[in-house]
Design a protein. Sequence first.
Length: 458
Amino acid sequence: MVARLTFLGAARGVTGSCYHLEVDGAGLLVDCGTFQGDRDAERRNREPLAIDVPGVLALVLTHGHLDHVGRTPMLARAGFAGKVLGHGATLDIARVILDDSAKLARRDPAGPAYGAEDVEAMASRMSALPGYRKPVRVGPFSITLYDAGHILGSSSVRVEWSSGGQPRAILFSGDLGVAGAPLLRDPNTAWDPARDSVDFVVTESTYGDRLHGPRSEVRDELQRVVERAVRDGGKVLIPAFSIGRTQEILYELNAMVEAGKLAGIPVVVDGPLGLSATRIYERHTDCYDDQAMQLLRRGDRPLEFDSLHSAGDARASRAAVELDGPAIIIAGSGMCQGGRIRHHLQRHLPDPRTDVLLVGYQAGRTLGRDLQEGRKQVYLDGEEVEVRARVTTISGLSAHADRDGLADWFSHLPRRPGAAAFVTHGEEPQSRAFARRLSDRFGVRAEVPAMGEVAKLD
Ligand SMILES: [Zn+2]
């Protein structure tokens, strides 16, 4: 019995999540995401996966973000013949994300890495798992999803197999959300040691050495910035992942509207993706937490209010860029590397009345990181743009658990004696710091695998 795990992405980096588990020649992939950030990332996105793709029985998606699903269509070209599994909401989101990225791929100057037909081929293999905590058998693997609290449908994935009659299990954390965040349930901590124990854990570490501000400050800060914008007539630009962050911000703004604090200031969600994602959120209310369910029962749809507008097509987007007076604009991409937020930034960064609110993780070498670090000049489409806008980071809105949140999640996991951890999905210093924390606090063997590294699971 040979079991091994190959790290094909998000190893000493935050993007490109992809893990290949092999047990006696049967393969399972967990996530197959896009690398983001620079030229090197673009090159790596085009490289074929150095694994036996036809031997992969299933690809399990932890959630629908591009950096977890974006390389999926490449598998179609490599002879993938398995199933694409995940929570129903995850598959809905993945479909929307992949259709969108196929469109972008067409415009790639290096030629498309894949086409709509590859997306279609993978979509036809999608099959929703029955939900959380319901094991499903695929070849030698038993696969179970647990709430990860990150975005709609997000899951930690436990995979069990038998080795010489003994059960062995690995848990992939997926991206872990923040406990106490609104709308969705918290990352699962209610494990059953008899059923859920694991020998190996692959855990994310995006904020492995950082703490977020408290949640209560988020609303205050948001309120402060919005009030300032109303006073000086400026724009509030919020670069946000269309999926997850956008809905969480809408939830916060809805609460402000209900409390009479938004004074009719228009809120524009610019981009078709944000719109479709919000619809998917409204379809899967089974993923909502108690508070959001209470709102629904009272007749308040938590992601809708009168002053909310959406700009679906390009013309509506241009109109949003030219909008007079104060407005809150939410647009992708979250790290400002692409998407419609760039048009708004180009137009409004030189205006000192503009506020840019950074609400998500900003990876190195992205425009978002440049703004966060206070650069006074940035380049947008080859044009130098002066930054006179105020840039504020609200870390409490992050979609990722912070250092203590990650450790708390780990502390609840039922681990078998000798359990080991692989710390991934973080920039190297973050991953190393979190690995140290795991071994100091829990006495587990914690490694920070490199890209392409193969770990024996025995
Ligand atoms: Zn994510």
